[in-house]
Structures are given as structure tokens and as C-alpha cells.
Write a protein that binds this ligand. Structure first.
Ligand code: CP
Length: 327
């Protein structure tokens, strides 16, 4: 078990060793049990964290704010439209100054080609740990909660058939950070991952290379298909979710032309019947109901989305406990 985390950034789980991720999960399970038993966990008494949001959030903001309060500390919610960032203050100045005021600096910036660079710049200049609340490439808070949820439902993750499936949505052009994080993380736990999407919705090449390396190293596998039915067939876990064509940048004309065929990429009861009898349906939420998924699936017996969302709290508390407190 690794014990030295204090000051460590949490921007991508790729920078955390397998042993470190294992410890993070153990601490998450411990905090979850204590929360259920009403046992106080004041591990971050009088510590302050800054939460900068360039975009909207329900789960991430509230799991971090509630989580830090439950650990005895306080979170400052910062809407960046009300900060001097909106007048052009650079990440260096923001990082240096906010880190002088507290013990952690967290940020969500999903702007394509900007977000991860912005967080890296904060981390370069911050004297306290920088935690990602999602950027254009990674969503480690979601990834660790997803892994915890799978582990608590299935004791064995080795050779679990997990399908990350593109789904049609109309709400907005969503980041690739959730499927990227899951594609990189799950093979490290021996899962057999299938990534399924219609032509044009590729993840960047380096993601596929790193996912395959992770699979090779840890005994999992990683494959790509453009056939949705292949992804559902016999799957133990399905994660149908929309993401934008960021890597390929499909034109509006192309998207419009293919719209009818994209609409078929919906998680329906018919698709779920092709999967394993005990298949679990997961989604980071918010879901585009009626487009990404039928209500009867997300509200049905295979859905574990609310447990998945709850685990955002326990894992966020574990990330903060280890990086802000500890040894
Ligand atoms: N899954 C997730 O990050 O949700 P929010 O956008 O509500 O934070």
C-alpha cells in the first residue's frame, strides 16, 4: 500500500501508479463505510480548498463541497465568470495566489485544446495539490468513482466484459474525457474493454495506444468496433454515453447527413437483452433521456447510475484526504 500522497496532483490517473490507485480505492471504501455508520472523519480540519468551475456541474461541485465539509474543511466555490480569469488573468497568477490562500486548488475547464493545458499550468505554479474536476481530456474523479462502483458490484474485475459505447444526444457537444479516462483505467484492472462508436467519433490515437499498453501490462484487453451490437453482445457492463467528434472535427453537414443512422445508437431494452443476464448499465450523468437511453433502461433493474453518482462523494473525499492531508 502506498502512503505518500500529500501534495500530489490529481489530473490524470495515468500519473498514479496501480498501487496508488489501489490505496485510493481502499480509502474510498473506508470513508463510505464510516459515512454509512455516522462516524465523523475530520481528517482535513480547518483546511480550505478552491473549486474553480468554467462550466456547469451538479455531481462534481456538490460531491467536492459536501465532501470537504464532511472532512472538517471548507470549499470555496469559484464561478470563473465572476473571477478576473474572465478579464484575462493568466493561470500562473491565479495558481500562485489561490494556492497561498488554502490547501488545494481544483478546476473544471473542458475547453477543447485548452482545459488540460490550463490545469497543467495551474499545477506548475501552485504550491498546493491541483485536482481536476474534468478537463478536455480527462475526468479522473468520474473514473475512480466508476471503478469503485464496478468493484463493489463485482468482486472480480479481471476479464469483465466492459463496453464503452457512443450514444446519440442532442443536449450539447460533450467532452471525450469520460470515455478517455475509462478506456485508460479499466484495462489496468484486467477488464476486457470494447470501445464502440460510429465512424468519425474516434478518440485520439495516443489514447488508443496507451489503453492497449495498459491492457498488455495488466492482463486486460482493448478493442474497437463500429458495430453497436458487437459491443452489447454478452457484455457485463455497458456504458453508453455521447461524446463529440473532437478528434476528427466532423463538419455540421456530415453530422446532419448521418443524423438518422446516429439516432440508432441508443441504449434500448432490445440492446440490453443481447448483453449478459446480469449486465450493469452505467452513465456518468447527466443522461440525455430518450436519446442516449430509454427511460425503461436507466430506471430499470440493470441500472446502477445512482450508486455510481453516490460514489463520486466517497472517492472525492478519498482524493482530498490523501492529497491534502496524510503523511
Ligand atoms: N458526471 C459529472 O461530472 O457530473 P457533473 O457535470 O454534474 O459534475
Amino acid at each position: 500500500m502506498q502512503t505518500i500522497f500529500k501534495g500530489k496532483d490529481f489530473i490524470t490517473l495515468q500519473d498514479w501508479s496501480k498501487e496508488e490507485v489501489d490505496t485510493l480505492l481502499e480509502v474510498s471504501f473506508d470513508l463510505k463505510k464510516k459515512f454509512a455508520m455516522g462516524i465523523d472523519t475530520p481528517y482535513l480540519k480547518n483546511k480550505t480548498g478552491m473549486l474553480m468551475f468554467f462550466e456547469q456541474s451538479t455531481r462534481t461541485r456538490n460531491s467536492m463541497e459536501a465532501g470537504l465539509a464532511q472532512l472538517g474543511g471548507h470549499a470555496n466555490f469559484l464561478d470563473t465568470s465572476t473571477m478576473q480569469v474572465s478579464h484575462g488573468e493568466v493561470a500562473k497568477d491565479t495558481g500562485i495566489i489561490l494556492s497561498r490562500y488554502g490547501h488545494m486548488l481544483a478546476c473544471r475547464n473542458c475547453d477543447w485544446g485548452i482545459g488540460n493545458d490550463y490545469l497543467s499550468s495551474l499545477a506548475e505554479h501552485s504550491t498546493v495539490p491541483v485536482l481536476s474536476l474534468q478537463d478536455d481530456l480527462y475526468h479522473p474523479m468520474q473514473g475512480i468513482a466508476d471503478l469503485m462502483t464496478i468493484q463493489e458490484k463485482r468482486e472480480q474485475t479481471r476479464n469483465l466484459q466492459v463496453s464503452i459505447i457512443w450514444a446519440y444526444a442532442t443536449s450539447h457537444k460533450k467532452p471525450i474525457s469520460v470515455p478517455v479516462t475509462q478506456s485508460l483505467l479499466f484495462p489496468r484492472y484486467g477488464m476486457d474493454v470494447t470501445l464502440a462508436y460510429p465512424e468519425g467519433y474516434d478518440l485520439p490515437d495516443w489514447v488508443i495506444e496507451e489503453a492497449r499498453e495498459n491492457a498488455e501490462k495488466h492482463g486486460g484487453s482493448f478493442k474497437i468496433t463500429h458495430d453497436m451490437e458487437v459491443a452489447y453482445k454478452d457484455a457485463d457492463v455497458v456504458i453508453p454515453k455521447n461524446w463529440g467528434s473532437w478528434a476528427t472535427d466532423l463538419s455540421e453537414e456530415e453530422i446532419e447527413k448521418n443524423k438518422e443512422s446516429y439516432k440508432k445508437w441508443k441504449c434500448t431494452e432490445e440492446m440490453m437483452e443481447m448483453a449478459d443476464d446480469d449486465v450493469m448499465y452505467m452513465h456518468a450523468l447527466p443522461a440525455d433521456r430518450g436519446n442516449e437511453v430509454e427511460d425503461s433502461v436507466i430506471d430499470g433493474p440493470h441500472s446502477i447510475v445512482y450508486d455510481e453518482a453516490e460514489n463520486r462523494l466517497h472517492t472525492a473525499k478519498a482524493v482530498m484526504t490523501l492529497t491534502m492531508g496524510g503523511k
